[in-house]
Design a protein around this ligand. Structure first.
Ligand code: TMP
Length: 210
């Protein structure tokens, strides 16, 4: 997106599967709407018709790790062009469940994709563009895994991965948070939802409304 064109704000949520992002995303959207803002809520992979079709493949078909990374970014390119960029240009706020930090954590950290290949794709798909704020939900993989299991839903290709995979994903997320400390806020997700919600609201108010 061209510099200076963005008027809205872009907030993303990240974390390993089972970190408890969903209910907090809904709370943030309600909070922003209550302030009179127009908010687009979306998710990745997905967010467009094509992106949702790619999501089906990504979550259920086995594939080479580079195919996986490229499909994540293909879905993202479409999402940026069709929804994220137009909304931001209109001055709306976009709240998205995952973005490129997830590709870094899962494909580079979890699967072992070369970091240089990730950077090539990231610079191709959104050169110079990053979320205004990223909330990284951090918690030990074993706690996250027990939360995923307790839903009773059929696990997808990622949720079926073993503890070691999520240990690597978590480390990569935390590394990325160190590298982008001004943008990524690490949230201790091993606390009662009401406490987490309070912290997130405070962070958003401090960052955007004071
Ligand atoms: P979700 O369950 O949070 O909606 O995300 C779907 C899965 O896709 C989740 O296990 C993380 C994974 N994922 C990646 O591996 N790379 C990515 O770039 C994104 C956006 C998601």
């Amino acid at each position: 997106m061209e510099a200076g064109v963005q008027k809205g704000r872009f907030i993303t949520f990240e974390g390993i599967d089972g970190a408890g992002k969903s209910s907090q995303i809904a709370a943030v959207v309600s909070m922003l709407v209550a302030r009179g803002l127009v908010v687009e809520q979306s998710r990745e992979p997905g967010g467009t018709r094509l992106g949702e079709s790619l999501r089906e493949l990504l979550l259920h078909e086995s594939m080479h790790l580079e195919t996986e990374a490229m499909l994540m970014f293909a879905a993202r390119r479409e999402h940026l062009a069709a929804r994220i960029e137009p909304a931001l240009v209109r001055g709306e706020w976009v709240v998205c469940d995952r973005f490129s930090d997830a590709t870094y954590a899962y494909q580079v950290g979890g699967r072992g994709l070369a970091a240089e290949k990730f950077s090539v794709l990231e610079n191709w798909v959104h050169p110079g563009f990053q979320p205004d704020l990223t909330l990284l939900f951090d918690l030990p993989p074993e706690i996250a895994a027990s939360r995923v299991a307790s839903t009773g839903a059929d696990p997808d290709r990622f949720e079926r991965e073993q503890r070691d995979f999520f240990v690597r994903v978590r480390e990569a997320y935390l590394q990325r948070a160190c590298d982008a400390a001004g943008r990524i806020c690490v949230i201790d997700a091993n606390r009662p939802p009401a406490q987490i919600r309070e912290e997130i609201e405070r962070l958003i108010v401090e960052r955007f409304f004071t």
